[in-house]
Design a protein around this ligand. Structure first.
Ligand code: EPZ
Length: 423
């Protein structure tokens, strides 16, 4: 395992280009398995989760051709296996999309339970509810989920919880089902729209993605030779917007869709951060004192849960008492203890973190406990006085492409060393 050595008190200035959306790519690549043909996907982020997903898909018979660093041609013609049970499956959450994709193609699937960041229980009951509604039999044996259906038939599915994963997985299983499937109380994240657009480009018939009611009319076959470019990663973009504000810098975040950033941009403006939106970029800078604020995470278009750990670092820079209420996951404040090692004054009361701003952060050894918590530790290191050591860097590699290079190009001072090296 590597670690990062971060010398702090650097104001981030300059331009940073955002990569393709991890959570769109994690749905789009499995969606290519629905097709017994070739398709091309552009703007794929170069991150660990994608590398693992590619390895799993190759083990099923998919062939990948690297057109360039960010473009893949996927040939799923000879995919013959519907069994994805290697240990890779448990290394990240996104492997769950193989359930919907393999069920949709073969009417069968045997997959290992997904892994993913550990911030509370992460059930998949809504995924299974959707698959069963479509006519699949679901058995859980020896840590594997076994799905099988004689026929997949359109159904009306009401999600008890707004679930990104279940919304996408049901879409994947329903695109070739007989008849019409309706998903009510669907998640509305931009990456769901991106995945639906990719499926429609292949000839699927999906309407309403991005709203809370998605209608999927089943089609017999999908067509190949589609080229799809993945949308920018709104969570990566938000992380750099917050980094610019937390270090009192001035950063132009490029290759973004400003509309996707609205909930964060509004919160930053509320905190007295300057925001200038352009067609595909946003400038973030700080002139005056930051104001305290209250944040409540919600499904899109609310404030994204994936940005609450980085946002906590920003709230620590604002005088006064701020709060973060985490309404999506039941245990996503573990990173607060790591920030406390750097001098943060904060306490967690159930699903609320109370943050006392104005406390000076000083460098310390901290651990990345999950992907976004790791990003929060890196941002805190950029702000803190002295040197911060962030370990478990592979968490960060899972979802942020070249984060060290991108931050150093903005003036940060970060070195990646192996765990055995000292500061
Ligand atoms: C996706 O996770 C993302 N991961 C997460 O991003 C993100 O935090 C989350 O959506 C919310 O936006 C991927 O897309 C790979 P959910 P997912 O299903 O699908 C409950 C990151 O850092 N629930 O929308 O697991 C669940 O416990 C990661 O990129 C059920 O109860 O999230 C949670 O409380 C972290 N039953 C809520 O719904 C289910 O069957 C939302 O979860 C499914 C979910």
């Amino acid at each position: 395992m590597d670690k990062l050595l971060i010398r702090g008190q650097k104001r981030l200035k300059g331009e940073v280009v955002i990569s393709g959306a991890k959570n769109a790519a994690l749905g789009i690549l499995p969606a290519a398995l629905l097709l017994s043909d070739v398709c091309t996907v552009e703007n794929i982020p170069n991150i660990l989760d994608i590398a693992i997903l590619r390895r799993i898909m190759e083990s099923l018979g998919a062939k990948f051709i690297d057109i360039d660093d960010y473009t893949l041609r996927v040939d799923a013609t000879n995919v013959s296996s519907y069994v994805a049970t290697g240990e890779d499956m448990h290394r990240f959450r996104g492997s769950y999309y193989l359930m919907g994709a393999l069920l949709g193609r073969f009417k069968k699937a045997v997959v290992t339970f997904p892994g993913g960041c550990n911030f509370g229980s992460r059930p998949i009951d809504q995924h299974i509810k959707g698959f069963e509604a479509l006519g699949a039999k679901v058995e859980i044996q020896h840590g594997h989920i076994k799905l099988s259906a004689n026929k997949l038939t359109g159904a009306n599915i009401y999600l008890d919880v707004v679930s990104v994963g279940a919304t996408v997985n049901i879409m994947l299983a329903a695109v070739k089902a007989e008849g019409v499937t309706t998903i009510e109380n669907a998640a509305k994240e931009p990456h769901i729209v991106d995945i639906a657009n990719f499926l429609n480009a292949m000839g699927a018939d999906i309407k309403g993605a991005g709203t809370d009611i998605i209608r999927i009319r089943g089609v017999k076959e999908l067509k190949g030779n589609v080229v799809h470019s993945i949308i920018p990663d709104m969570i990566e973009a938000g992380t750099y917007m917050i980094a610019a504000a937390a270090t009192r810098g001035d950063v132009l975040v490029k290759n973004v869709i400003p509309k996707h950033m609205e909930s964060l941009s509004a919160k930053l403006v509320e905190m007295n951060v300057k925001i200038q939106e352009y067609d595909d970029s946003i400038r973030v800078w700080v002139k005056d004192r930051l104001s305290r604020a209250n944040i409540k995470t919600l499904p899109y278009p609310g404030f994204p849960t994936d940005l609450q750990p980085p946002a906590a670092v920003l709230l620590l820079q604002a005088e006064g008492i701020s709060t973060i209420t985490e309404s999506i996951f039941d245990n996503r404040f573990q990173y607060i203890d790591e920030l406390k090692r750097m001098g943060a004054k904060a306490r967690v009361e159930g699903r609320m973190a109370v943050i006392e701003g104005g406390s000076k952060l000083t460098g310390a050894p901290v651990k990345a406990l999950d992907l976004r918590a790791g990003a929060a530790c890196v941002l805190a290191g950029c702000v803190a006085e002295g040197v911060t050591e962030v370990s478990n860097v592979s968490y960060i590699d899972r979802g942020y492409e070249r984060m060290v290079e991108k931050l150093n190009s903005l003036g940060a001072d970060i070195r990646r060393v192996s765990d055995s090296d000292s500061a």
